[in-house]
Design a protein around this ligand. Sequence first.
Ligand code: GCO
Ligand code: MN
Ligand code: MN
Length: 387
Amino acid sequence: MTALEPDPRHRFSFGLWTVGNRGADPFGGPTRPALDPAEIVRQLGALGVWGVSLHDDDLIPPDATRSERDAIVTRFRRALDDTGMVVSMATQNLFSHPAFKDGAFTSNTPEVRRLAIAKTMRAIELGVELGAEIQVFWGGREGTEVLAAKPPMDALRRYREALDFLCGFVRDRGYATRFALEPKPNEPRGDMFLPTVGHALAFIQTLEHPEMVGVNPEAAHETMVGLSFYHAVAQAIEAGKLFHIDLNAQRIGRYDQDFRFGAQDLMEAFFLVGLLEESGYDGPRHFDARPYRVERGRGVWEFATGCMRSYLALADKASRMREDTEILAALEAAGTPGLAEPTVGPYSRAAADTLLATRFDPDALGERGYHNDRLDQLVVELLLGLR
Ligand code: GCO
Ligand code: MN
Ligand code: MN
């Protein structure tokens, strides 16, 4: 395995809906033909990809009979077995059907909410049947354009009720499935509930089984609103809640662009990859990106390869950064190792008294320079291939 050659050991995965995306946008129809899920598995397998993820409806048309469903699953299973690929994550489409236009778990119509929970239980069963350990919850329609229409506290209570019920279902069935909530600030709704990683992390602690639920942060979603995705992922890891990740690229302040991983903000992507590689995160490196609308045929697979090559190239740069003596010296000059030292340790009255009796010299402390420009420039030059 060469440094930039994807290998199943890298645990790269793609959603069926990503390479299978047909290029439609709000202004124009599809520019690519539909791809058969089993064919997607074979193509990705040949590229060294480890896993695929899917929405229930990506694989099974919603109107399929039980026997049609089983035949589709068998055919798909065969493609997985032939290629050695796994289903790394499953999820449910609670956003396409008009029934869900006002929300799924947070629809104002109780019957729609019950439909959403029933559809999700079936999607969980499908995921378990295919070996998925993670079930993602992206609340595509959970939100509103009209603040008056949907009191947010009621919406959050219904969201919690649905997740608690579904955790109960997983436990009752004895499944090992863990849930990962995927926050997004807006699009398609004007404002969405659980808009950021931080909101989701706080909400999870209010659930009946918080240990079963983590997050699935997506680069595009935090970046759309100008937040640091790197920081969001770090906080999720630090909370023990990074269960899954959606990698892609995005410019600040735009619609959800879902570009090829590495296509924007290489500096942020570089720190993100370093974090994933060095934190012990062992979940999927999952790409939720789309080929540009102008791609067709081979272009789709060039897109997939590009996502993985950029990831591997950045991982290589991250390991070089750790060995670069000039950068290590610049980190010392920035005081970075000092942040890893405990400040005061646990509280004790004696420690508080000592601290209160200490004579600090704020003026002297204020005279320190941190040489962040030099450090930053060295990292830029590493990324530019100058070191
Ligand atoms: C989006 C989301 C989706 C979800 C997917 C899995 O903005 O469209 O990122 O792609 O990740 O539906 O739940
Ligand atoms: Mn997205
Ligand atoms: Mn996503």
